[in-house]
Design a protein around this ligand. Sequence first.
Ligand SMILES: C[S@@+](CC[C@H](N)C(=O)[O-])C[C@H]1O[C@@H](n2cnc3c(N)ncnc32)[C@H](O)[C@@H]1O
Length: 277
Amino acid sequence: MATLTTGADILTDNYRFLQEYVRTHVGIVIEGDKHYLFESRLSPIATQLGLGSVNDLCAILRATKQSDVNRRVVEAMTTNETYFFRDPTHYDAIRNELLPQLKKERLDTKKMRFWSAASSTGQEAYSLAMLLLGQGLNDWNLQILGTDFSSQMVERAQSGTYQQIEVNRGLPASLLVKHFKREGVNWQLSEQVRRMVRFETIDLRKSMRAMGPFDLVFCRNVLIYFDAPTKKQIIEQIHGTLFRGGWLLLGGSETAFGYEQWFEKRAVGNAIVYVAR
Ligand SMILES: C[S@@+](CC[C@H](N)C(=O)[O-])C[C@H]1O[C@@H](n2cnc3c(N)ncnc32)[C@H](O)[C@@H]1O
């Protein structure tokens, strides 16, 4: 028999069901008492569907296997926060160390490939694209792939349209003037920058074998949401997509500790980078 939780409307059985549902469908582990998180993210979906509560939404999820509702619920539980040039030390390290090195090593092909895994609304991938444009690489083949679980985030990234509040975060004024133009209340990224990045929907827990080889993979601020076995599986797979000597960049609170067989941890300026063995 389901019991009502104290201080929240989601039934205990439904709370456990949602925890397991999100863990199974996207890999995100939500531990402890996070009723508010499910309430705040899922109530709007319940309302849009004309349902009375998140409990009613759970009844639908339990009854249907694959549906638009399923996708919307899972995507709503992802945290999509991002901003331009997040952790600037990483971009300094790319500019000062990785690019000069690649310019020498890839002279034969004149090709560089980068991947922003968990790209959310695209700021990470586009920051890299803007950085590359100022590096004298005009006749090089520069490929940037941005991927995310959430199709909504991928669509937003593809649009290259940002709100004022988003361009206020991390983007230097000089780059705003150079690469964006005003469109109503929003800012539209130039075709030149948008053409450098391709976005796709990809679940990081799925096989990545066919994706590489990359010179650099950003996998920042996403591993924190997974359990240890999932993290390990993803780190190992990313290693398989990198050239030997290629870089993995993680978020500020993430480490590749315990994965020394695949990566060497190195300080580059003020950044920590993981170099593929
Ligand atoms: C906090 S954002 C990080 C954005 C960017 N990397 C940054 O550091 O600014 C985390 C992103 O990971 C995505 N994500 C969560 N689980 C995922 C999975 N299993 N596969 C791919 N992306 C996932 C979310 O949709 C979200 O957009």
